[in-house]
Design a protein around this ligand. Structure first.
Ligand SMILES: Cc1cc2nc3c(=O)[nH]c(=O)nc-3n(C[C@H](O)[C@H](O)[C@H](O)COP(=O)(O)OP(=O)(O)OC[C@H]3O[C@@H](n4cnc5c(N)ncnc54)[C@H](O)[C@@H]3O)c2cc1C
Length: 456
């Protein structure tokens, strides 16, 4: 019988014979045998090149013209959520659990948006203070995710009674989002960038997206824009405003537990970064210029300039007494865009209303206090409803708030809760056969409460 040894098995045998280290120094990168599905196709197999119609842009009269072309519809769904960040994640789980056929499209290969891909690990505003007591306002799907992370060693800190503003490990968070999305039965399209919308007059009928397979479409009865940047509502022509705000790049420093903090402090280094579940790692937040995140030239410049500044910072740290073992573990795969487009909704929630704790008949979530020190602020349904367009909802950092409240509404906890509400509202609209703006608020609130949400 033929015995096939994997490279790993071979290394193990060689190590046992005392030869492993010498061998592995000259070998290619090690591979682990955890491929999810056994390969049924032989490696390096030649396959036919597809031979369908092509519609390249044409150079006509000094202009690049995109010819008219039919698009393949790859999916038809009840609720389509675009963007798998905190808001989109909560929206799809809520919608699917409420019984709607739900689809999620995400431009990258993982969920979590700025939380995981942007390495913003600290979930601020999970709690508020009511009558002197710390009250958890981040409940429902976002809180369920964090609670499930507490069962994994090294996945989350400060998710416990009496604590607030938990910090989670990015890989554990991605993993748990995968699990919850899978369990809910959501149809997922990763590596798909939504580039346009399908309109039927003032009603959105779906989206057009780009992927390695080219330009295709998904049709939906209701679309939730959870792109953070409002890509969908902008393409649909919804009224909105644009804001420029500090675009940073988060990074992580490794071997933090091997640094001599006393000597570093003497050398003027006060902090290595913020706490993570892994004691050997610190994450470092970074502000940056308030520039336009819709301008690819600016995004390109910032990526490269931030990366150089971060590299230099960590090299300087390594030269300080006590910092010799520190190293740059990672810069975030996603540039840190804090805000861009904000929907002009049927209700613009103001900072004054929020600090007053104003109550609304259509409250669908409650925002928290950054430092756990002030009261919660009810969030009305109108912040996510466009003024005119139908069958479209916005969730997350692009909902309708005033200039001052954005600093609160864009935090992860608020994005999780508005996402949860948008998903539940979309599912209810499907169930009752109405437009999202006609959803019966009492029924929506009942559904949200049954899904564990907090409404004050
Ligand atoms: C540098 C920085 C530091 C921050 N610090 C903190 C902090 O300490 N604590 C805190 O609570 N919050 C913090 N925030 C804010 C918080 O991280 C974000 O506001 C929050 O993640 C927004 O969630 P979201 O789901 O609305 O959007 P995002 O997290 O931006 O997610 C949007 C998702 O949509 C996808 N997407 C976008 N466009 C498309 C498209 N056209 N097609 C398909 N998919 C698309 C994206 O890939 C992404 O997955 C920080 C933000 C930044 C940038």
């Amino acid at each position: 019988m033929e015995t096939r040894l994997s490279r790993r098995d071979l290394l193990r045998l060689l190590s046992a014979a005392g030869l492993g280290a010498a061998f592995s120094r000259h070998a290619v990168a090690d591979e682990v045998g955890i491929a999810p599905v056994a390969a049924t196709v032989p490696e390096n197999k030649l396959i036919p090149t597809p031979d369908g119609p092509r519609y390249p842009a044409q150079w006509i009269g000094g202009k690049v013209i995109q010819p008219e072309r039919p698009l393949t519809v790859v999916n038809e769904t009840d609720v389509l959520v675009v963007g798998g960040g905190p808001a989109g994640f909560a929206a799809v789980v809520a919608s699917a659990r409420a019984g709607a056929k739900t689809t999620l499209v995400e431009r990258y290969g993982y969920f979590g948006g700025q939380w995981t891909g942007g390495l913003v690990l600290l979930v601020i505003s999970s709690h508020a203070r009511e009558n002197g007591q710390l009250v958890k306002v981040l409940r429902g799907i976002g809180d369920e995710l964090l609670e499930r992370l507490t069962r994994i060693d090294g996945a989350v800190v400060n998710q416990a009674p009496g604590k607030f503003n938990p910090t989670s490990d990015p890989e554990a968070t991605k993993f748990m989002m995968d699990e919850m999305i899978r369990e809910a039965g959501v149809k997922v399209f990763l590596h798909c960038w939504v580039a346009d919308v399908v309109m039927d007059g003032p009603v959105i009928r779906g989206v057009v997206f780009e992927s390695k397979a080219g330009r295709q479409a998904i049709l939906a009865k209701i679309v939730v824009d959870a792109t953070g940047d409002g890509d969908v509502f902008a393409a649909a022509g919804a009224e909105h405003e644009r804001r420029l705000h500090a675009i940073g790049l988060v990074h992580r420093v490794g071997n933090a537990d091997r640094a001599d903090r006393t000597r570093l402090a003497e050398a003027g280094v006060k902090s290595l970064g913020s706490v993570e579940p892994l004691s050997s790692v610190k994450w470092v937040n970074l502000r940056g210029p308030s520039t336009d995140c819709l301008d690819v030239g600016e995004l390109t410049r910032l990526e490269m300039e931030h990366r150089r500044a971060i590299w230099n910072r960590v090299q300087q740290l390594r030269k300080k007494p006590g910092g010799e073992e520190l190293f740059l573990l990672q810069t975030a795969p996603q540039l840190g865009v804090r805000m861009s487009r904000l929907l002009t909704g049927t209700h613009q929630l103001t900072y004054a209303e929020a600090r007053e704790g104003k109550k609304f008949a259509d409250t669908i979530a409650v925002g928290g206090a950054q430092n756990g020190q002030h009261r919660g602020w009810p969030i009305p349904y109108g912040v996510m409803l466009p003024k005119k367009l139908d069958n479209l909802l916005a969730a997350g950092r692009c909902v309708c708030v005033d200039e001052k409240l954005i600093e609160d509404s864009r935090l992860i906890a608020s994005c999780l809760t508005t996402g949860h509400a948008a998903g539940a509202a979309a599912a209810l609209a499907i169930q009752t056969g109405c437009r999202p703006r006609e959803v019966e608020i009492a029924r929506l609130q009942k559904l949200l409460l049954s899904q564990g949400a907090y409404l004050g």
